[in-house]
Design a protein around this ligand. Structure first.
Ligand SMILES: NC(=O)c1ccc[n+]([C@@H]2O[C@H](COP(=O)([O-])OP(=O)(O)OC[C@H]3O[C@@H](n4cnc5c(N)ncnc54)[C@H](O)[C@@H]3O)[C@@H](O)[C@H]2O)c1
Length: 247
């Protein structure tokens, strides 16, 4: 059974990693999908995934820019008639200690990993209030819940994403808009696979399950939250972390 047949979804950061795995899964599950990314390879991805039943469209978007995000949602609604699902997934990595950072290092991570989530959620909510509901999924992280060596602004950003999710979940549940986050452990995407082997081995040692996640294992949970299978889940942060935060 297709679990999100004829739903209209936007996936930010959909050209690579967790976003790309989610785009592929959503198309298989019958949705119309808009890939919103700065990386123009999303155009080829969208073309290769479009089928007779499901259309995949690329809209070049910088999620930190209000005009871009407004245009993204407007074009989506113009083309497909509504917006049912927003996966606010775009983000950047960080490895920095506070005493070595500048204010502009801090502000860049907060802008891309936190303020963009506010912006995409706000504009999606405006559209969903018009159409009568929807599901928003934010990509937080285990870093939204626990501290971690050599991560500073991203822990603050993800903590913000997790609690923004709770408060938007509370504020819009009655309107039929469910807002939830996923909190992945470390996942084998370009963000991580580009790092040295010793670094990756160190990460694996911190996951009781004994390996890092495949992007598809994260996408499965995004699908669950996007679909009616999760109809009673609102304002939640769902761990998908191989036991990382349970230790
Ligand atoms: N990989 C992990 O271990 C891990 C763990 C927990 C959470 N996450 C979160 O998952 C999300 C996706 O990460 P990933 O690992 O798939 O990374 P990735 O680098 O593979 O993909 C991120 C995508 O976001 C896009 N992007 C970056 N800045 C953008 C902007 N301003 N506007 C539009 N698009 C932009 C990139 O072009 C890229 O396609 C991020 O929010 C990240 O913090 C990742």
């Amino acid at each position: 059974m297709m679990r999100i047949k004829d739903k209209v979804a936007i996936i930010t950061g959909g050209t690579n990693g967790i976003g790309k795995a989610t785009v592929e899964l959503f198309i298989k599950e019958g949705a119309q999908v808009v890939v919103a990314d700065l990386d123009d390879n999303g155009a080829d991805l969208a073309k290769s995934l479009s089928t007779n039943g499901s259309e995949c469209l690329f809209i070049r978007t910088d999620v930190t820019k209000e005009t871009d995000v407004r245009n993204l949602v407007e074009e989506t609604v113009n083309k497909f008639g509504k917006l049912d699902i927003m996966f606010a997934n775009a983000g950047i990595g960080e490895s920095a200690m506070a005493h070595e950072m500048t204010m502009s290092d801090w502000q860049r991570v907060i802008e891309v990993n936190l303020s963009s989530v506010f912006l995409t959620n706000k504009i999606a909510i405006e559209a969903m209030l018009e159409s009568g509901g929807g599901s928003i999924i934010n990509n937080s992280s285990v870093l939204g819940l626990v501290g971690q060596p050599s991560v500073t602004a991203n822990a603050a950003a993800k903590g913000g994403v997790s609690n923004l999710t709770r408060t938007l979940g509370v504020n819009y549940a009655k309107e039929g808009i469910r807002v939830n986050s996923i909190c992945p452990g470390y996942t084998l995407t370009p963000l991580i696979t580009s790092k040295p082997k010793e670094f990756i081995d160190g990460l694996i040692a911190n996951h009781p399950i004994g390996r890092l996640a495949e992007p598809e294992e994260i996408a499965n949970v995004v699908l669950f939250l996007a679909s009616d299978d999760s109809s009673y889940i609102a304002g939640s942060n769902i761990l998908v972390d191989g036991g990382y935060t349970a230790q």
